[in-house]
Design a protein around this ligand. Structure first.
Ligand SMILES: CC(C)(COP(=O)(O)OP(=O)(O)OC[C@H]1O[C@@H](n2cnc3c(N)ncnc32)[C@H](O)[C@@H]1OP(=O)(O)O)[C@@H](O)C(=O)NCCC(=O)NCCS
Length: 169
């Protein structure tokens, strides 16, 4: 799967040979080592990863995971990150759009993500696609069993205070 937009940005699937380029990109995009470490570590562990490329340079990544809960198959948008030079130019939008199109074809009940309250860019990006935000994990009790909540929060690597984002597909 590969698509090119009007600005010459190509979205394609991740390949293992991209790893070292993506490590550099993650160092540029995140401002802490922990996120760089996990974003790179998850490349080969995620169920699907798409990259955004312009003239052979990788400028963005989105990592997708499948989470099996008792009421159906759910999904998680794990790390999504873009090179600072390209922030606010629609690359994150293209990556998230690609991820959601991929998931729409796969009978997924809902898509989840977490972010910190301070990450305004990420929150707005998800809101653009109609994700709803929960700032209190107790809200999950309305939809999910305690067992599923535990499984979901573990998969999302949720920390107290995080914002939970959800889109019903
Ligand atoms: C979050 C991130 C991926 C967004 O990528 P991007 O390519 O800049 O996103 P887009 O240009 O498609 O912007 C999408 C929307 O997000 C919002 N947005 C993006 N950057 C913003 C900023 N700096 N301030 C406020 N809103 C912002 C806007 O609403 C924007 O839509 P609009 O331009 O139509 O108004 C990017 O900021 C990033 O890589 N951040 C560091 C890594 C990170 O924190 N990732 C998220 C958690 S894993």
């Amino acid at each position: 799967m590969s698509t090119t937009d009007l600005n010459g940005i190509r979205i394609r699937e991740y390949q293992e040979k991209d790893l070292s380029k993506i490590e550099k990109l993650a160092r540029n995009s995140f401002n802490n080592d922990m996120d760089v470490f996990w974003a790179v570590r998850n490349l080969n562990r995620s169920d699907k990863v798409f990259v955004a490329e312009i003239r052979n340079s990788i400028i963005g990544v989105v990592e997708i995971d499948i989470i099996r809960l008792s009421n159906g198959i759910h999904s998680q948008i794990g790390y999504i990150f873009v090179h600072r030079m390209y922030w606010r130019q629609g690359v994150g939008t293209l990556l998230l759009q690609t991820a959601l199109r991929y998931l729409e074809k796969r009978n997924i009940a809902g898509v989840w993500a977490v972010t910190s309250p301070e990450n305004i860019a990420a929150r707005r990006l998800f809101r653009k696609f109609n994700f709803v935000e929960f700032s209190d994990k107790k809200v999950l009790k309305r939809f999910l069993s305690s067992r599923d909540i535990r499984k979901l929060l573990r998969a999302l690597v949720y920390w107290t205070g995080d914002i939970i984002l959800y889109l019903k597909l």
